[in-house]
Design a protein around this ligand. Structure first.
Ligand SMILES: C[S@@+](CC[C@H](N)C(=O)[O-])C[C@H]1O[C@@H](n2cnc3c(N)ncnc32)[C@H](O)[C@@H]1O
Length: 297
């Protein structure tokens, strides 16, 4: 799609990725499914799940559109994905590979993927262009310009340690190219791409030690251990961080998640009235726009 180099800060092949992906699914699947159900996809809907990970959303979507629809699931690493009768799995880099066969799509969904990708801004209009008229794009990202707060901990020193762990982790991910503020830029990017009805929600919850959500922090501490140690945390401190993620006396807020969706208006192409490319942010398109004309090509 673009020629920019891409990278991903984690690896699905590492053992802790199983915990990471399970925790993400446990945290976000209900919300994701509710957001998608609200769209009233056609029974023969064609969907593209980008960066499908361990595949829970792709498998659920395939059930939603059975028997007449199809789902294409793509990922850099498809080792945790299983195809099904109406679910095709392809290894593909969304930043550099062509749009997969099977489109155009009624739904394109990517969760916790585009914030990792350098060409994230350019991807939005490219993905919008792969939608059917009437189709939807949904992008979900963690919004972490600052660390999620610690709510309670056995000691003040534990609270400070966990905050330092989170700050260091976010710094490492940022240095690896993850945009921790991209989540709130998706909305204007969709609007500028000509999508309509653009709508965002933010979700966060508390994670107490020993619960499934907290295991995401534990997994991330393992996945980024090398960088955390290089940044000055000690092995003993990392062990304490991991103990806190299993301690009922510890609670922190989750990574806040922003889900943004936008709609390609049915049977129409939105073009600027003066024919020139738009560069200015456009208003939310839930209401009809008077600065665009409808081109019935
Ligand atoms: C944090 S995981 C989220 C997995 C899944 N979307 C979920 O929410 O359960 C990010 C996923 O995106 C995939 N990914 C990262 N960069 C990608 C790229 N350039 N093209 C396709 N997939 C990519 C990773 O391999 C991984 O499976």
């Amino acid at each position: 799609m673009t020629t920019d180099q891409t990278s991903y800060a984690f690896r699905n092949s590492e053992p802790a990725a199983a915990t990471q992906l399970a925790a993400i699914q446990g945290y976000l699947d209900d919300l994701t499914m509710r957001r998608i159900r609200e769209l009233d996809l056609p029974p023969d809907g064609v969907c593209w799940e980008i960066g499908a990970g361990a595949g829970s959303v792709a498998a659920w979507l395939a059930e939603e559109v059975v028997p007449d629809g199809r789902v294409v699931a793509t990922d850099l690493d498809t080792s945790r994905l299983a195809p099904a009768a109406n679910l095709d799995v392809y290894r593909a880099d969304v930043a550099t590979d062509p749009i997969p066969t099977g489109g155009p799509f009624d739904l394109i969904h990517a969760r916790l993927v585009t914030q990792h990708l350098a060409p994230r801004r350019d991807l939005v209009p490219q993905l919008a262009g792969a939608l059917k008229p009437g189709g939807w794009l949904i992008l979900g990202e963690f919004h972490c310009p600052t660390p999620p707060p610690v709510i309670s901990a056995p000691t003040d020193a534990d609270a400070d340690l966990f905050d330092r762990f989170l700050r260091t982790l976010l710094g490492i991910l940022t240095a690896k190219g993850v945009d921790m503020a991209w989540a709130t830029r998706v909305h204007p990017a969709m609007t500028q791409a000509g999508l309509t009805g653009v709508h965002s929600i933010t979700y966060a919850e508390s994670w107490t030690g020993g619960t499934a959500g907290c295991r995401l922090y534990e997994a991330n501490s393992i996945q980024q251990e090398e960088g955390l140690l290089r940044a000055g945390l000690t092995v003993a401190e990392l062990n304490r961080v991991r103990a806190l993620t299993r301690d009922r006396a510890f609670t922190a807020m989750s990574y806040p998640f922003v889900s943004t969706r936008g709609h390609r208006g049915p049977e129409r192409h939105l073009v600027p009235r003066n024919g020139a490319a738009r560069h200015d942010p456009a208003p939310d398109d839930a209401a009809p726009r008077d600065d665009l004309i409808v081109d019935q090509r």
